[in-house]
Ligand binder design. Structure first.
Ligand code: 5RP
Length: 219
């Protein structure tokens, strides 16, 4: 199995969490795209979906799946999304696709967060993957200086604007030994919209696709 097939296997296993009549929150990225494509097979049974990005919304609509406004959807029962890294405590780094803020919003408004990934994403300590931070454009330099003080090496994601009209700093060399504390610390910097650490609200279930099939970790 190649990495993409492992992602698809994890996405397929997540279908088990979808129940008739649900409004399902949908993440962003190649693993979430597999989930969207697979979900199309049961679209008649869903009340609808909420998308965490314009790209996912477009993909959902291309399958004829209803996409609702999060403000009118209420609390969701289920959110399904990928990740760039996860620990066994289901603390995540997300935002490789730049959709971290909307992803964190939808995850925060969902009872259950099922994270789907290939098993190369499982790490002991978060931070090998450059940590995405969404920033208000005018605060870019100031936030970068604060991130250097925290030990990181921030780099502007060139030519990229988020769905919210903001910028992404990708921060290398962060040893994220205490993900909850680091999430709070970075989110406190004025001009930061959100950091791509998902630890205050971690995933509830992690489904990992691997060479030997799919395994599930719970928090
Ligand atoms: C997008 C994300 C994605 O979930 C993350 O980047 C993983 O992507 P992929 O499924 O393509 O490996 O956080 O903002």
């Amino acid at each position: 199995m190649n990495q993409d097939e492992m992602k698809r296997a994890a996405a397929e296993a997540a279908l088990e969490y979808v129940e008739p009549g649900m409004i399902v929150g949908i993440g962003t990225g190649s693993t979430a795209n597999h989930f969207i494509d697979l979900l199309a097979g049961m679209k008649g049974k869903l009340e609808g979906t909420v998308a965490s990005s314009v790209a996912s919304e477009e993909r959902l609509r291309s399958h004829g799946i209803d996409v609702l406004d999060f403000n009118s959807a209420g609390q969701l029962q289920l959110y399904v999304d990928g990740a760039d890294e996860s620990t066994k405590h289901l603390h995540l780094i997300k935002g490789g696709g730049g959709a971290l803020t909307r992803e964190k919003i939808v995850a925060g408004g969902s009872d259950k967060f099922v994270c789907i990934a290939d098993d190369t994403k499982l790490v002991d300590i978060l931070g090998e993957f450059p940590l995405p931070v969404e920033v208000i454009p005018m605060a870019r330099s100031m936030v970068a200086r604060q991130l250097v003080k925290l030990g990181g090496t921030p780099e502007l994601r060139n030519g990229f604007t988020t769905d919210n009209g903001n910028l992404i700093l990708d921060v290398k060399n962060m040893d994220i030994l205490n993900p909850v504390e680091m999430e709070q610390e970075i989110n406190k910097i004025p001009g930061v919209v959100t950091v791509g650490i998902f630890a205050i609200r971690p995933a509830d279930v992690l489904i990992l696709g691997s060479e030997n099939g799919v395994r599930t970790l719970t928090a």
